[in-house]
Design a protein around this ligand. Sequence first.
Ligand SMILES: [Fe+2]
Ligand SMILES: [Fe+2]
Length: 128
Amino acid sequence: MLIRWSEQMSVGDEELDSQHKILIQLVNDLNDAMRSGHGREAVGKVLTELVKYTEIHFAHEEKRFLAGDYPHKDKHLLKHRLLLERVRELQAQHEAGTRFISMEVLTFLQDWLTEHIMKTDKTYSPYI
Ligand SMILES: [Fe+2]
Ligand SMILES: [Fe+2]
């Protein structure tokens, strides 16, 4: 297991917390798929799911924080957009066979997700 959700990661909203748990699970699944040597197809499947669920979560989260007086809307939206571009690119490269999902990619996703929840998502807590 690469990442484990803890109370410290809570943004104070049950629904958003459970979506974060799903994202963490998907990054852990990607780690498992990569390590178990099930090959490109298994990794690709999880990667596709990760892209889809990231889109769903971001759309949901944005709707929540855009509805309030949250002062960091633009910065937050930009961070989401850049990450989505990055994972879509990884998925496309994986599909095309031009990039292999490496430990480096997993470390990037792990760090991004942990840091994003802890440092960025938490800033909307008082406004939703
Ligand atoms: Fe976010
Ligand atoms: Fe989030």
